[in-house]
Design a protein around this ligand. Structure first.
Ligand code: EPU
Length: 429
């Protein structure tokens, strides 16, 4: 398995420019939305990532014709449709469950493997299923699979009012796609408000559904009055989590000065506020964000929350930043029950962190030490890379296939900022 080897140190500030790729978590649902149409759709600004390959493999399995020529992906109707997402593909990537809504809306039935738990928590899909039932689906769970069928044994879904018990990104997206082809009007309440949900709303509108309110907590959808939606051509929004990760990387060292190119500050307001409180300068320069750290870092508290709160996908990286800040910072994780796997690894690098339930109390230390470390999820792995940037001597972050799921060419982008980092092929697991 590949590893990243980083020779870091406090005396090596990051400098230069880094260009942000398209958003993974916007591209995945949009790829699934292509199932709602038989025409040829074109996605631009798609990141080169393993999760995109996995989704493409899933769409091919379902009978679509997919050509990945990053940063473009073309999807068209292929041979016969097989509305079935097998365990082998879904277990590689939970977001595969996003084919459920489009499949049952378009083809009247779907068989999709239950994703099961993952490294960061149990992650149930009860809200997705409850919403589909409200749209008239009958749902059965059988031998690890969800079997969904439209009304009357495969008929068209019917618009409904759906109230989510918790704001769920994937649940909101699945139901938006299903409602876009349902008969009549749907109202989704207590929706996730993430920019990626808003982006999916734009796509469904391009495809001919009528979606209002995506990006707020109430979404109104009038399903298209025909059996399928129109194809689309669309450039994906920039990845705010990738941008935020480089903003934090820039802030790790005194003297850091980085222009994060193609990133929108309004999607990262809370992170920017927290970085400013920690002593980092953040400015919007057109479609770029300039990050400068001139002096010492101060400890700052964060609590993760659904958008527009502090993103859970930035928690691990921010914790790594706080590891060398002056004073104490209290980091609370409220979205996932098991999202502190980076903590024991950061402790091995010299970080002082006490875990109490869903809260980590960090006492900043003056230096971190390089070590061999690994993590079992994407953002935790990113936090170890960030810690490696400032740690004395050498850090080897192992099992980086997690990083390859969500960060395009991370070592090249970091090298461009002056980080001494290399990918080591087939390093010890
Ligand atoms: N939840 C339920 N029932 C459901 C669905 C969700 O109880 O039916 C709970 C979850 O267990 C969790 C909370 O609701 O406690 C929020 O989960 P959500 O459904 O919003 O998460 P998701 O859609 O599975 C997406 C991102 C994650 C990101 C979360 C939260 C994609 C492909 N994934 O997951 O991204 O952490 O939203 O913002 O969009 C990542 O990129 O590293 C990543 C994990």
């Amino acid at each position: 398995m590949d590893a990243l080897r980083i020779r870091g140190g406090r005396g090596k500030p990051l400098n230069g420019r880094v260009r942000i790729s398209g958003a993974k978590n916007a591209a995945l649902p949009i790829l699934c939305a292509t199932l709602l149409s038989d025409g040829a759709s074109r996605l631009r600004n798609v990141p080169r990532l393993r999760d995109i390959e996995t989704t493409s493999a899933l769409l091919r399995f379902l009978g679509r014709d997919v050509t990945v020529n990053a940063p473009e992906v073309h999807v068209a109707a292929g041979s016969d449709v097989r509305p079935e997402a097998p365990y082998e593909l879904v277990k590689q990537m939970r977001a595969s469950v996003l084919v459920l809504g489009p499949l049952v809306a378009r083809f009247g039935r779907a068989k999709v493997s239950l994703p099961g738990g993952c490294a960061i928590g149990a992650r149930p899909i009860d809200q997705h299923l409850k919403g589909l039932e409200a749209l008239g689906c009958s749902i059965r769970l059988e031998r690890g699979y969800v079997l969904a069928e439209g009304p009357g044994g495969g008929g068209r879904l019917k618009g409904a009012e759906i109230m989510f018990d918790v704001p769920t990104v994937g649940g909101t997206e699945n139901l938006m796609m299903a409602a876009a082809l349902a008969k009549g009007r749907s109202t989704l309440v207590n929706c996730a408000r993430e920019p990626e949900v808003e982006e999916l709303g734009r796509i469904l509108n391009k495809m001919g559904a009528e979606v209002n309110g995506a990006g707020t907590d109430v979404i109104h959808i009038v399903g298209a009055d025909r059996g399928e939606l129109a194809p689309f051509d669309h450039a994906i929004i920039p990845d705010r989590i990738e941008a935020g990760t480089y903003m934090i990387a820039a802030a790790m060292t005194e003297g850091g000065d980085v222009l994060v190119e193609g990133a929108e500050l309004h999607d990262l307001e809370v992170l920017a506020m927290k970085l400013r409180s920690a002593g980092v300068e953040i400015e919007s320069e057109g479609h770029n964000i300039r990050v400068r750290r001139l002096g010492e870092l101060r400890g700052v508290n964060i609590t993760t929350a659904p958008h527009p709160g502090f993103p859970t996908d930035m928690q691990a990286q921010f914790l790594a930043l706080m590891a060398t800040a002056r004073g104490e910072s209290v980091i609370s994780e409220t979205i996932f029950e098991n999202r502190f796997m980076h903590v024991p690894e950061l402790q091995r690098m010299g970080a002082s962190v006490a875990l109490r339930g869903n809260t980590a109390v960090v006492q900043g230390v003056s230096r971190l030490y390089g070590a061999a470390v690994m993590a079992t999820d994407l953002r935790a792995s990113a936090s170890l890379v960030i810690a490696g940037i400032v740690a004395d001597e050498e850090t080897e972050v192992r099992r980086i296939y997690h990083l390859d799921r969500g960060y395009e060419r991370i070592e090249e982008k970091l090298q461009g900022l002056g980080v001494d980092v290399e990918r080591v092929k087939g390093a010890e697991a």
